[in-house]
Write a protein that binds this ligand. Structure first.
Ligand SMILES: NC(=O)c1ccc[n+]([C@@H]2O[C@H](COP(=O)([O-])OP(=O)(O)OC[C@H]3O[C@@H](n4cnc5c(N)ncnc54)[C@H](O)[C@@H]3O)[C@@H](O)[C@H]2O)c1
Length: 457
């Protein structure tokens, strides 16, 4: 394997663009490109972007998009006016702090030193109703991804949807249908797809660099927050927080501060625990290296899952282990481990290990010499992934993590969670996307879930 280089941004953009153009998939419906996406970076030619969900990751995504000169953040949206209580409790997030950050960013660049021009909304439908918004970033909790992506696609917006793509396998299929019917570009936020180190490692594995892959181990992290135990009490909804709109398609439930901001990922009604949270990166790498981007395993098996006591607010597995088998015999094992080692491929002729952020894609062939071992490099692919999305919006070619690929990676996570819940070994038909065999009925029930009120799509 030749040393993966870290190409300059311009080289990377051009190379990736050429690669993808060659393999570009025609969009199902004719695409109407808004006039604002043509030309250079003159204000009238920028891609106007709105961010829906301005919490922990929303702030990071906002910064990554604002750093791109041909993109203009014109609106932010959050059901929270502004508060602490996020991943780092002291960080103040929400729509008003986000608007302030965006306007300060553009003020620093404007001649007069002031800028007002980023609107703040609490209802994302008001954002989608704006004709001047070309693309949206969906960074709300997972249970919202489906409804927001479908509504955005129907409104003619391109979409950068954070990982994991959706909350259910059936819902993700509906997202794909809406994106394709409307000819939209959708980038899934599994940003390691734009990491040249991860790309090189996965291509090496796929091209037979470590022989036949027999086993892949994907790590997901432990819970990094502690929720309230059995007997927890409902709390008053804080002023400035539209709780009903936060719940959206999820079932009605009493408010508790540990339910919503950041912590939703540990509650089954909103997300799939660390399986989908980290798995949307590590299992995505496994799918890439195995060459199974457009399919999935044929077996999925519960090995171990532990949960907090019955009645706790957090009901996702705290420690877990599930195993999938692919048609060619490769086994994918997902375990609660240290997520700094994301993904390890074990082949007949060697091993490839991909660390957190692809910082250390380590190749260990049987005949490894010391200089074959990768030097540790710092590399965060978030900004490349955003750049790649904007390039695709302009060129109308497939982005690095197309919606179908995001769907298949997240599906493996959902399949694992279903096997864990049922404590079963299940057969899966990746073509029909249905479980088969004697235990299929209960498992197929979990491929979709009811969506509250008018959020049914
Ligand atoms: N790419 C990555 O590495 C990465 C990292 C972290 C999180 N994420 C993803 O980003 C998403 C958000 O996670 P987070 O950690 O930022 O959560 P968060 O709770 O910190 O932020 C989510 C924000 O969305 C808002 N929100 C909820 N419902 C809304 C609605 N109807 N309209 C507008 N805003 C709404 C919340 O009020 C909150 O401010 C998740 O899907 C998560 O998996 C991706």
């Amino acid at each position: 394997m030749s040393e993966p280089k870290s190409p300059s941004s311009a080289e990377r953009t051009r190379r990736d663009f050429l690669q993808r153009s060659a393999a570009a998939v025609a969009f199902a419906a004719p695409t109407i490109v808004p006039p604002s996406v043509f030309g250079a970076t003159a204000p009238s030619n920028r891609i106007n972007v709105a961010c829906i969900g301005t919490g922990n990751q929303g702030f990071l995504d906002l910064k990554l998009f604002m750093a791109q000169p041909d993109c203009q953040l014109v609106a932010v949206c959050d059901v929270n006016r502004g508060s602490g209580g996020y991943k780092n409790a002291e960080d103040v997030r929400g729509r008003e702090p986000a608007k302030q950050m965006v306007e300060q960013h553009y003020s620093r660049r404007s001649e007069g030193g002031t800028y007002k021009g980023c609107d703040a909304y609490s209802d994302f439908r008001d954002v989608l109703a704006r004709d001047d918004v070309d693309a949206v970033i969906v960074v709300a909790p997972d249970h919202w991804h489906e409804a927001m992506t479908i509504a955005a696609a129907n409104a003619g917006k391109d979409i950068y949807c954070e990982k994991p793509l959706g909350r259910t396998i059936a819902g993700q299929r509906r997202m794909i249908a809406a994106a394709r019917e409307n000819g939209r570009v959708v980038q899934t936020g599994s940003h390691e797809r734009s990491n040249p180190y991860v790309r090189a490692a996965c291509e090496f594995v796929r091209d037979g660099g470590i022989g036949k892959v027999e086993r892949v181990v994907c790590n997901v992290g432990r819970h990094n927050k502690v929720g309230p135990g059995p007997g927890w009490q409902e709390a008053p909804v804080p002023a400035g927080f539209d709780y009903d709109m936060w719940l959206g398609p999820a079932p009605d439930a009493p408010y508790h501060p540990d339910r919503c901001l950041y912590n939703f990922r540990f509650i089954d009604d909103y997300a799939g625990g660390q399986t989908t949270n980290f798995g949307a990166h590590s299992i995505d790498m496994a799918q890439w290296g195995l060459g199974t981007d457009h399919t999935g395993p044929t077996k999925v098996e519960h090995v171990f899952a532990d949960y907090l006591p019955e009645g706790s607010l957090f009901d996702a597995a705290t420690y877990l282990n599930f195993r999938c088998k692919y048609e060619n015999g490769a086994v994918l094992e997902c375990v609660t481990g240290h997520p700094s080692v994301r993904c390890m491929f074990y082949g007949t002729d060697g091993v490839v290990s991909i660390d957190n952020q692809g910082q250390n894609a380590l190749v260990i062939p049987r005949d490894a010499t010391p200089d074959m071992l990768r030097k540790r490099v710092k590399y965060h692919s978030g900004s490349d992934h955003v750049r790649d999305f904007l390039d695709s919006v302009r060129s109308r070619s497939e982005p690095a993590a197309p919606i179908e690929v995001g769907h298949r990676s997240a599906s493996v996570c959902h399949l694992g969670n279903i096997a864990l819940r049922l404590r079963e070994k299940l057969s899966w038909d990746p073509e029909a996307e249905r479980f088969e065999g004697t235990k299929a009925d209960a498992a197929n029930e979990l491929l979709d879930r009811e969506q509250r009120d008018s959020w049914t799509t």
